[in-house]
Write a protein that binds this ligand. Sequence first.
Ligand SMILES: Cc1cc2nc3c(=O)[nH]c(=O)nc-3n(C[C@H](O)[C@H](O)[C@H](O)COP(=O)(O)OP(=O)(O)OC[C@H]3O[C@@H](n4cnc5c(N)ncnc54)[C@H](O)[C@@H]3O)c2cc1C
Length: 354
Amino acid sequence: MGGADWGQGADEWVFSLAATPDDPATFDDEYTIGRVRAALGIDDLEVRVHQISHWRLESVLADRYRFGRVFLVGDAAHRHPPTGGLGMNSAIGDVHNLCWKLAAVLASEANDSLLISYEQERRPVALRNSKQSLANFYQHGEIDAALGLSADLSPAAGWEAVGELFAEGPVGDAKREAVGRAADDKGREFRAQNLEIGYTYTGGALVADAAFDPSGLDEVCEYVAGAWPGHRVPHAWLDRRGEQVSTVDLAARGSFVLFVGTEGDPWVAAAEAIDHPGLAVIAVGRGCAYEAPGDRWAALRGVGPAGAVLVRPDQHVAWRSEGRVDDPTGTLSAAIALRTRTTRCRLLSEEPRD
Ligand SMILES: Cc1cc2nc3c(=O)[nH]c(=O)nc-3n(C[C@H](O)[C@H](O)[C@H](O)COP(=O)(O)OP(=O)(O)OC[C@H]3O[C@@H](n4cnc5c(N)ncnc54)[C@H](O)[C@@H]3O)c2cc1C
């Protein structure tokens, strides 16, 4: 935790230990200092306790995220074990989702129905993250079990069980395979790209189009980049007069961003006509302000050179158009007025509760 220095020179450290919730020893400085000394094998280590704090192993999710003028975000809305590192991620995702909506309503650019989409969009994400964090926690036990360790073994028996991992022959082979399998399963916790950046809103302040089909994908690890409405805008490098810039950064302007292609002039005119506060138009393609080396962006955006992709201030895609339309101004105006397009995909009461 730093102190005089960071890294090995730090003189303030965190020491984590597990206990049953009713164990009075966990509030006791002397007991904790004893555990620190035993763990480090330094009997006379001088330890000063700054603070003992507790967290309970649980996976809980609020039934509702909004109570009148009060919105729940972060740990107030969902708490789960830190295995997977999703707690703060989910908290920041909540606030990222809510703050632009609040700003729009407070500025009278949207009505209250935009705020309903906060729970619609974020609660399913927290439900999935909570479940996976708990599963990640229990997977620790699978490695112990594969090693042959259990709480009732004596230290000698425990070392013997671990020693088999290095044994020649079938016993060692079987143990190595079992431990390898358990460790590989456990590794999913650290490869959870889809939970971290692939979370998608299937209903809420967006206009759904051709449904993204996640069947067959590992919903924890397999992130598929694409500009489907509800998805986070996918990353592609663009080039602006020799300067490399990511589409993700271009969409982080705190306002709506409309990506158009080489035949996007009608959309540019439409954006000028509707004059939405902060709306930025980014033209990408040969001869445009931004060039897209290779064909990655064209593939990711999923629309033609006359199409458009509208990204919300929280970097999630709100709507897109495959190509030219008869009334670009009316179409864009309706798309950006998400208050009239808030779709209820699933009733929240239909979400599994546990
Ligand atoms: C051991 C551990 C490891 C973790 N590791 C990770 C990780 O690697 N990655 C990750 O993403 N997340 C991790 N988390 C989870 C993460 O810390 C939490 O999800 C995150 O801090 C939640 O942020 P929050 O702002 O919602 O709540 P908090 O961080 O709890 O903030 C709430 C604040 O409100 C204050 N407060 C409470 N009541 C009042 C009051 N009445 N008046 C004024 N202030 C008040 C509190 O003192 C606190 O400062 C971990 C958690 C633990 C316990």
